[in-house]
Design a protein around this ligand. Structure first.
Ligand SMILES: C[S@@+](CC[C@H](N)C(=O)[O-])C[C@H]1O[C@@H](n2cnc3c(N)ncnc32)[C@H](O)[C@@H]1O
Length: 313
């Protein structure tokens, strides 16, 4: 996965005014805050640029993977609301994956971040992004109705009570809600809270859960998935990395007012592919199983192509 070329070029323009060392320092500060689940702080311009350079590619890859998984299972949306939009990461992914979209509305409380997002969007080749509506306001303010509501890496910045209030205000005016959080035990914990809320609201789960029963993953395990993103030279330098790619781990939940075709199971860990035998952890009907598929089975070909995060049959 790579960022769209127009987005990558716009990010490099945003980073150009800062020296590599200034950006590296800001990126390291950002990574520490991210690991500590501290709220975003974009008041310092170098911090905003560092977010674009080191976090936006990873969050884009995660959101893209989630929306791709949902896109075949939900009614094509015509309107999309990106809440806690930051630089508009989720909107870029939605614009790439949903040709049905006619309008995008983004809500972001930080003026510098919203302004940065507007500059990035104006460099896009997509008229949808170019003409998106931005509201610089807190999520606690009024929210327009939309078919699809995206909450990407923002719930970590709300208290559990604020999250519930937000869902209660959002749900009556949307069809589908997609929430993405860091793939850490804490991020998964927030997803579980939202899952409970969605089930109590009689929502239909779209992904990743293939059932409505209690989540069978037990601590120290937790439900999360990987998205691989190519590293640019700048990204490698800023993260002092040697590998040419980064695996972003994320947890997520998508739910809707309309029933969705869901698979029987979900692959919740990396498949082990040996000679003639493939094994993977499978979440299905409230249970966590170790699924073994041998060469003689009809599903062997599907298993050979299966990855962590895929629906299974
Ligand atoms: C970690 S960033 C994620 C940005 C973007 N959604 C992404 O995936 O790249 C979280 C964003 O949520 C915004 N935010 C946090 N709490 C908010 C609130 N109560 N109202 C509006 N925006 C909020 C922050 O300003 C920040 O830009």
């Amino acid at each position: 996965m790579r960022l769209p070329d127009s987005l990558q070029a716009a990010i490099e323009r945003e980073c150009a005014p800062f020296s590599p060392d200034e950006l590296k320092k800001a990126a390291s500060h950002l990574t520490t805050r991210y690991q500590e689940s501290a709220p975003s702080a974009f008041q310092n311009p170098a911090a905003g640029a560092a977010y674009l350079a080191v976090r936006m590619p990873a969050t884009y890859a995660a959101i893209y993977a989630v929306l791709l998984e949902c896109s075949n299972r939900m009614r094509p949306p015509t309107t999309c609301l990106d809440l806690g939009a930051g630089p508009g990461t989720a909107s870029w992914a939605a614009a790439a994956l949903f040709p049905s979209l006619l309008t995008l509305t983004l809500i972001e409380q930080s003026l510098p971040m919203a302004q940065t997002g507007q500059r990035l969007a104006s460099a896009s080749l997509s008229p949808l992004l170019q003409h998106a509506t931005w509201h610089t306001q807190p999520l606690q303010g009024s929210l327009p109705p939309a078919d699809l509501a995206l909450l990407s890496y923002v719930i970590a910045e709300l208290s559990p009570a604020q999250t519930t209030q937000l869902l209660e205000r959002l749900w009556p005016q949307t069809q589908t809600i997609v929430v993405i959080e860091p793939g850490t035990p804490a991020g998964y914990g927030r997803i579980l809270q939202i899952r409970e809320w969605a089930l109590a609201a009689d929502a239909h789960l779209i992904a990743p859960c293939p059932h409505r029963l209690a989540c069978p993953l037990q601590s120290p395990d937790w439900c999360h998935f990987p998205a691989r993103v190519e590293r640019t030279r700048m990204h490698k330098f800023l993260k002092s990395a040697t590998l040419g790619y980064e695996d972003e781990k994320f947890s997520y939940l998508a739910f809707s007012k309309t029933p969705a075709p869901i698979p029987l199971g979900r692959i919740v860990g990396p498949p082990k592919k040996g000679s003639g035998l493939i094994q993977f952890p499978l979440c299905t009907q409230g249970q966590l199983l170790c699924q073994t598929i041998s060469r003689s089975q009809e599903s062997y070909r599907s298993a050979r192509n299966a990855s962590w995060g895929d629906g299974w049959l």
